[in-house]
Design a protein around this ligand. Structure first.
Ligand SMILES: [Zn+2]
Length: 447
């Protein structure tokens, strides 16, 4: 077998990323058995969970057996923490002395979950992120600026380490404010950066309005890696970011309690690769729980980090909803693609007036219409027995004269793409909430 070299390939790990499908499954099942056994023997939490389900690690023999292993939800992790070994509790699989990294989830959906990692886990994190960055064209010639408030959330910490591992020069843009970050990017001629879509758009606005800098013309950023929100996979939002920066914008998916499990490659096939060498990802039907293998059917991501050892992530119910894409990617990787990234959270994809709605569909429409500003908000309420949706938008000052045709186009497109009617409110420019990091633009007040 001819082994491709990294230097002549677009893959960080040319062997793993192009493994034939059956070899990949074999690798995944082998690693899955190993991590289940590891957790069964070391974590009180996992052993109890598996014993109650009548499952022993030896019962897993094939890919089909994976679904027999009970799922874990975030709330279950919360309940076992804040006790000895403090603060991680019953799912810690290594002596506390071996833990070198503390992170926690942001707690937007409840009390935060603590996440310990060993140094080996941290190497694994940067390996996963190196796969992402290399696939997005990061090389040792890049100078990467990270405009991120380094704190207890994992966010771009691993991206930082991976950029170093790939050989890039890394500038930590930690406590600087937005204007100082833009000036540093300009001064040092940084070529790449990582941020949430909301911040990427916000930075471009600040650059233009406050500093008179046009990022596409005056800055050298040509690659942007996004995380934290689905925007980089929503075509109209991606286009707005790419035009504002004159850069390629790539998506990635990950979570503190899982790892960095999916990435867009430079072929930009309209979806993200799942890193199947480091993760075992399955999609489950939202109603029946059946495992979905075919493209075009939406399901919930249930995922295992195959090599993470301090606090294992086995069959974790991520609540992220997506679907498999049709064809292999032109880049040559055999890792499967999820179409259009993450469509939303299972909790957000709710039935409104009996119609299944993903908030990302509204974002796609709003951002596809020139003249509508970047910020918007969706509020769902109940009027009597009926669901009522209000979409709040802003119109940019330059388009103020075109208000009526913009609203007409918006109403048409929304009906076409989401099959729903909306009350549309136009708010004064820059009056809707602005978000620094993760935006909360969808509010369901029916419950
Ligand atoms: Zn690809």
């Amino acid at each position: 077998m001819k082994i491709p070299k990294r230097e002549t390939s677009t893959c960080w790990n040319p062997i793993l990323e192009t493994l034939p499908l059956e070899k990949l499954r074999e690798l995944q099942v082998g690693k899955f058995r190993r991590i289940v056994k590891w957790a069964y023997e070391r974590s009180k939490f996992h052993r109890k969970l598996y014993q109650e389900a009548g499952l022993k690690p030896g019962d897993i023999r094939s890919y089909e057996d994976v679904a027999k292993v009970p799922k874990v939800e975030k709330a279950m992790m919360r309940d076992i923490q804040r006790k000895d070994p403090f603060p991680y509790g019953d799912a810690l699989c290594v002596p506390l002395e071996e833990v070198t990294e503390f992170r926690q989830t942001s707690g937007t959906t409840g009390m935060p979950v603590y996440q310990p990692d060993t140094w080996q886990d941290w190497e694994w994190w940067s390996e996963a992120w190196s796969t992402i960055l290399y696939a997005q064209g990061y090389r040792n010639t890049d100078r990467v600026f990270i405009p991120f408030g380094y704190n207890v959330f994992v966010a771009f910490w691993a991206g930082h380490y991976a950029a170093e591992k790939v050989g890039c020069e890394v500038i930590p843009g930690g406590v600087l404010d937005t204007e100082a970050r833009i000036l540093k990017i300009q001064e040092l001629r940084a070529t790449a950066m990582m941020a949430t879509p909301t911040y990427v758009l916000g930075m471009a606005d600040t650059a233009k309005k406050k500093l008179g800098i046009d990022p596409a013309r005056d800055l050298a950023i040509r690659k942007i890696t996004c995380a934290g929100e689905p925007g980089a996979s929503i075509p109209s939002t991606k286009r707005r970011m790419e035009e504002a920066w004159g850069a390629k914008v790539y998506d990635h998916v990950g979570a503190t309690e899982i790892g960095a499990w999916g990435f867009e490659c430079t072929a930009q096939p309209g979806g993200l690769h799942v890193n199947e060498a480091l993760f075992l990802t399955q999609l489950e039907d939202l109603e029946t729980g059946e495992i979905i293998e075919e493209p075009g059917r939406k399901g919930k991501v249930v995922i295992t980090a195959l090599d993470r050892i301090a606090q294992p992530c086995i069959r974790f119910d991520s609540k992220d909803v997506t679907e498999w894409a049709e064809s292999p990617c032109p880049c040559g990787r055999t890792f499967r693609l999820i179409k259009g990234g993450i469509a939303g959270r299972a909790d957000d994809i709710t039935k409104i007036k009996g119609v299944l709605l993903a908030p990302t569909a509204i974002e796609e429409v709003v951002r596809s219409i020139p003249g509508i500003a970047n910020e918007f908000e969706v509020v769902v309420t109940k009027k009597g027995d009926l669901d009522d949706i209000t979409l709040k938008i802003e119109i940019v000052p330059e388009a103020a004269g075109k208000r009526d045709p913009i609203l007409a186009q918006l109403k048409d497109q929304l009906r076409l793409k989401t099959n729903l009617g909306y009350n549309i409110e136009v708010h004064p420019f820059q009056s809707l909430p602005r978000y620094e990091v993760k935006a909360k633009r969808f509010k369901d007040l029916r419950k």
